[in-house]
Ligand binder design. Structure first.
Ligand code: GLC
Length: 408
């Protein structure tokens, strides 16, 4: 089996920010608005005149991502409407340099570098605007490859390319060898990802692809047995219902849900790519920023359990939502549903069994909570471990609590 170091490095990034940003952000009705609200070309592309991101949009975005503990950002360099945030160098005037006099991908990449964030580019495969997509598919593919080549040559070392939209024409020959070959030529260590969409979660594809995708939830551990190449996995998730900014989408998930999504991804060995849909001026919605802050807070406490530890196959026998990850001789026990210790007059005290039981052959030296450093009581007899997973001390409720298990 081929194992590439850059794929292992990608897994260690753990948590990325997905950013939907384009002229649809001005409209505030989601990135599919043109299609689903049947907006004519004439009307829709007028949005270009209003798309004027604030000068510091990228700086603020990268700072936000860094604060939240994201190792990478995946930005929609071109989405289905055909508008490019990057300089297409004359390939197509429907790009940011022509319509607002700026190369927004350059601004993005520069800001990422200032904040130690690895830039990734989402790139659409389907195209609602480019005529050749419908009339001369081979010519379209050339245009697509030239576009992607620009992203691979003009912005220094990038983290990877994230394609989306192949599902629109599954019967076509997308000439994937050429497309991915062009990336490999210029960016041999870039992750190449191609979203398999909602209908084919986690499906392996072309040999050059480096990660499978799980869109909107349900990540599964990958079974790599017999596979020709080791691949990563990534789940992209959205806070509300739309990826692109939709002003009237109030259907937000809770911060606790999002923390659990991150934890679930790590349990499956997946990265979480969590979306924000920027407003037309490039700012985050208050709610998006708030959830990012809370997840960042959780990561700042539990980070050592998030990035490097990997699934180890040990099953918590009495609690299905609890699990362990492992790095070298250290294990991390993730405990969900622990209440906060309180007085019955203050908060409802739940009756629960505060024990986690599993098997581990290595001798345990000590167990401590990551949140307060307190020692955790445990017993280990003939490999059977019972950990007393006590509630949080009053003043804290972190959704998922993590205990660090050091072994000999
Ligand atoms: C779907 C949507 C697209 C969105 C993507 C994010 O493919 O068509 O608009 O960008 O999901 O994963």
């Amino acid at each position: 089996m081929i194992v590439k170091q850059y794929i292992k490095d990608f897994e260690k990034l753990g948590f990325g920010m997905f950013v939907h940003f384009g002229i649809y952000s001005v409209l505030g009705k989601g990135e599919w608005a043109k299609k689903l609200l049947s907006i004519s070309d004439e009307e829709y592309y007028k949005l270009c005149d209003e798309f004027r991101p604030a000068p510091d949009w990228a700086e603020r975005l990268a700072a936000e991502a860094e604060r939240a503990g994201c190792g990478y950002i995946t930005l929609t360099a071109r989405h289905h409407d055909g508008y490019s945030l990057y300089d297409t160098c004359g390939l197509n005037p429907l790009d940011a340099p022509h319509t607002c006099g700026r190369d927004l991908v350059r601004e993005f990449v520069d800001a990422c570098r200032r904040h130690g964030i690895l830039p990734f580019f989402y790139h659409t495969l389907l195209d609602w605007h480019e005529e050749s997509y419908r009339t001369d598919f081979k010519a379209y593919l050339k245009y697509l490859r030239k576009s992607v080549e620009l992203l691979c040559t003009n912005y220094g070392k990038i983290g990877g390319l994230w394609f989306d939209g192949m599902w629109d024409r599954l019967d076509e020959d997308w000439e994937e060898d050429e497309l991915y070959g062009c990336i490999r030529k210029h960016q041999p260590e870039a992750m190449i990802i191609n979203n398999t969409g909602l209908e084919a979660l986690g499906q392996l594809g072309h040999i050059e692809l480096d990660s499978v995708t799980f869109e909107r939830g349900n990540p599964q551990p990958l079974n790599m047995e017999g596979a020709p190449k080791y691949v990563a996995s990534e789940m992209c998730q959205v806070f509300a219902d739309h990826w692109g900014y939709a002003e009237q989408d109030l259907n937000f998930k809770s911060p606790a849900d999002m923390i659990r999504d991150l934890v679930l991804c790590r349990r499956c060995g997946s990265n979480l790519l969590m979306n924000v849909g920027l407003r037309g001026d490039g700012t985050l919605r208050e709610m998006d920023a708030a959830v990012y802050h809370l997840i960042g807070q959780w990561i700042s406490i539990n980070g050592e359990a998030v990035y490097e530890p990997r699934p180890c196959g040990i099953k918590v026998e009495n609690k299905e939502d609890d699990f362990l990850l492992k790095k070298d001789n250290t294990y991390y026990l993730f405990c969900d549903h622990l209440p906060m210790a309180a007085d019955p007059n203050v908060a409802r005290v739940q009756e629960a069994e505060y024990r986690d039981i599993f098997r581990m052959d290595q001798k345990i030296k000590r167990i401590t909570w990551l949140d307060n450093g307190d020692k955790v009581d445990f017993e280990q007899n003939n490999g059977k471990v019972t950990v007393k997973t006590v509630p949080y001390t009053y003043g804290r409720q972190l959704v998922v609590r993590v205990a660090k298990i050091e072994t000999e």
